[in-house]
Ligand binder design. Structure first.
Ligand code: EPS
Length: 363
């Protein structure tokens, strides 16, 4: 069983994760984790915080001479902007953020006590965990990447990709792909939002190639891989929907148009399309996994919405804090790494194995 916990506040000392259940014998290059952390910090529309931080992982345990030994892996990412005790009290909740529900739930008078943990900064810890899982998947020949599908109302022109195109994008997976023209429009949309003190959301698709058949199970609700992916991807801050393959749009089609007919090519089982997104009955079916997420616009607005002051009990404008205008590319990197951790869990469940050697043999 592969599991993890994260800890840490946005302006606390550090973000921390403990990953338990990694098989022994996996060589972990910290640079690969740092590369994922760096990718998470990029993208047009990020705020001032990303100029302060240059996230790097410290691996405190679980390795000997650069290799996993089967013991828990402790990961730390220090916050350069560590100032949690010096930050001013916040009393005007931002609509859309955890602020109001959080203070009511935890009985606090300072919204800061809530937002520090609710912040998407926590995703740095999840990316570090996912990056370790990704090293395991890479060793097994599995590739994961993502691309922007739309930003606010601008569509990326990368909707229907063939397997060859997917593989090409996988080889170039260091960047999030978007058609150049669409990218320009997206940048303009972010700039327009910034000028108006507003924010924008959007959607991205994650793709995983070369997954073994039969990850997940149709036999019980909580073993279905689509359910497990949806659960973990929905838990990424600001994610509002998760879809597989043709998703919501596909559900408007007839059965004959939606389902992916099965053919033989020699002895190989093949499909001509992948509306199912690589999952049938909650199990991988050998086709690429396609999972899309939609992200709501960031809730800190420079031109704030109406709110209340919870201390004065009077109408007020919502709090304005340093924030991002758009964090869609970052969210897609988080999505990739969260997907990597769910797939790694499913692989270890199916194939077991206390060491890399054992898993490879079983696969
Ligand atoms: C983030 C760090 C945060 C924000 C953003 C994501 O840093 P700060 O609050 O110090 O500017 O940039 O967080 C939010 C949008 C949020 O609502 O908390 C990060 O590391 O990803």
């Amino acid at each position: 069983m592969l599991r993890y916990l994260t800890a840490g506040e946005s302006h606390g000392k550090a973000l921390v994760a403990i990953l338990e259940g990694m098989p022994a014998g996996l060589r972990i290059d910290a640079k690969k984790i740092d590369n994922e952390l760096k990718r998470r910090q990029q993208g047009y529309g990020r705020g001032g915080r990303m100029k302060i931080e240059s996230d790097k992982v410290k691996i405190l345990s679980g390795l000997r001479k650069g290799q996993t030994i089967g013991s828990p892996i402790a990961l730390v990412i220090e916050n350069k902007d560590f100032k949690i005790d010096k930050l001013p009290v916040i009393t005007c909740p931002r609509p859309g953020h955890a602020d109001l529900a959080g203070v009511l739930k935890y009985g606090r008078d300072d919204i800061r006590d809530i937002l520090e943990r609710a912040s998407a900064r926590e995703t740095a810890a999840r990316v570090a965990v996912g990056a370790v899982c990704r090293i395991l998947l890479e060793e097994l020949g599995i590739d994961i990447f993502s691309h922007t599908k739309f930003l606010a109302s601008v569509d990326a022109q990368v909707k229907h990709l063939s397997l060859d195109e997917l593989k090409k994008k996988a080889r170039n997976s260091k960047i999030n792909c978007a058609d150049q023209y669409a990218e320009k429009l997206m940048i303009r949309r972010i700039e327009q939002a910034k000028e108006k003190g507003d924010t924008v959301g959007g959607g991205f698709e994650i793709v995983a190639l070369n997954l073994p058949v039969g990850l997940g199970s149709c036999m019980h609700y909580d073993r279905r891989l689509d359910a497990r992916l949806a659960y973990e991807l929905m838990s990424i801050q600001a994610i509002k929907s998760v879809e597989f393959g043709a998703g919501l749009e596909g559900c408007k089609l007839l059965g004959s148009q939606f389902h992916d007919a099965i053919y033989l090519k020699g002895k190989k089982i093949v499909r001509k399309r992948n509306n199912a997104g690589g999952l049938e009955g909650g199990m991988t079916n050998g086709e690429p996994l396609l999972v899309s997420c939609a992200m709501k616009p960031i809730s800190t607005l420079m031109k704030p919405l109406d709110s209340i002051d919870i201390k004065k009990k009077k109408p007020a404008k919502a709090t304005v804090e340093r924030s991002d205008i758009c964090a869609l590319p970052a969210a897609s990197v988080v999505g990739e790494n969260v997907t990597a951790s769910v797939i790694a869990q499913a692989i270890l469940e199916k194939f077991g194995g206390d060491s890399i050697k054992e898993i490879k043999k079983r696969i």
